[in-house]
Design a binder for this molecule. Structure first.
Ligand code: MLT
Ligand code: MN
Ligand code: ZN
Length: 306
């Protein structure tokens, strides 16, 4: 399985258009210590020709232009290397990019039933997109392994199993009674190589489902949104803590770094990193702590092969 990080930043990217936090200022000034990052998305492929996007960010157009493997394949006319897209939730930073892929190429989409519903009602991406061309939508049911296939139904050797995580409906959905399936992780297995990727960009608590899914994984891409729980509150950017937004902080006794450090997984990568996170500055103590724990801070253009 080939994996390319298209964008490692959380919503807003780095620098964020309206932000003057220390990292955004440094990135905007071109500091080599804080390289810019686009918003959260990964591409995976078993053959290097047909790719599946894990979440589709509002930066997808630039991400495709920056990634030669996603260029239109050698053939006359139009085409794409994107066979399908898999969504972990309905958040704008993970779905809005679908609207930018409207120009007639057929690809499949995978999500949970509740995300499918919200992307038809509150944020009607599916009806809008299907006005341009068909996009077969496959539903991911709890504990069911599904083959990733292209928009015209060609199977791949990649299989995905959803990992049920704490529910967190997007702000634009508001409070709802049944939000089960609003946030999932993905366990992606390549039956050709046996390689396993676990992809979880939004994790509030490390539950049993996630712990099980990580067993035997070769790579784990994990929520790296905030360093501390009160990061956005202290900066005056939000009234909600990191956990209240559905993101376990990296640092601290109960943070993700301790857990990640203990795992026997070859590639442990922090991903979906908010621009306020101090570990993004390569000269920071936080950056060094992550490195010393044997964990990688994801960056745009990082490539892995499992
Ligand atoms: C999140 O990761 O919590 C969401 O993307 C936040 C948002 O963009 O509203
Ligand atoms: Mn996000
Ligand atoms: Zn910022």
């Amino acid at each position: 399985m080939f994996i390319t990080i298209l964008g490692a930043a959380a919503g807003g990217g780095l620098p964020q258009w309206n932000c003057r936090c220390p990292n955004c200022l440094s990135a905007r000034a071109g500091s080599p210590d804080v390289p810019p990052m686009t918003q959260s998305s990964v591409a995976v492929s078993s053959d290097g020709a047909n790719w599946f996007l894990l979440n589709v960010s509002p930066d997808v157009r630039q991400q495709i232009l920056d990634c030669p493997e996603l260029a239109p394949p050698d053939a006359n006319g139009r085409g794409t290397g994107i066979a399908g897209c898999v969504l972990t939730d309905a958040e704008l930073d993970h779905t809005a990019g679908l609207l930018l892929l409207r120009e007639g190429s057929v690809f499949s989409v995978y999500s949970t039933p509740v995300v499918h519903r919200w992307l038809n009602a509150q944020f009607p991406i599916e009806p809008v997109l299907s006005a341009f061309s068909p996009h077969p939508w496959h539903v991911l049911e709890d504990n069911t392994r599904v083959n990733l296939c292209s928009g015209t139904g060609e199977p791949s050797t990649l299989w995905v199993t959803p990992i049920e995580l704490d529910a967190h409906p997007p702000l634009f959905v508001g409070d709802v009674d049944d939000a089960a399936g609003s946030v999932i992780g993905l366990r992606i297995e390549d039956e050709a190589t046996g390689g396993v990727l676990v992809f979880a960009p939004g994790v509030e608590t490390i539950n049993d489902a996630l712990t099980c899914a990580v067993e035997g994984a070769d790579a784990l891409f994990f929520d790296g949104t905030c360093w501390t729980d009160d990061e956005l509150i202290r900066l005056g950017f939000s009234r909600r803590s990191s956990k209240q937004m559905g993101h376990l902080p990296v640092s601290g006794a109960d943070g993700s770094l301790r857990w990640l450090e203990s795992l026997p997984v070859k590639h442990k990568v922090l991903f979906h990193i908010n621009n306020t996170n101090p570990m993004l500055n390569r000269t920071s103590a936080e950056y060094k702590m992550v490195e010393q724990a044997g964990v990688r801070i994801g960056a745009d253009g990082d490539r892995f092969e499992l």
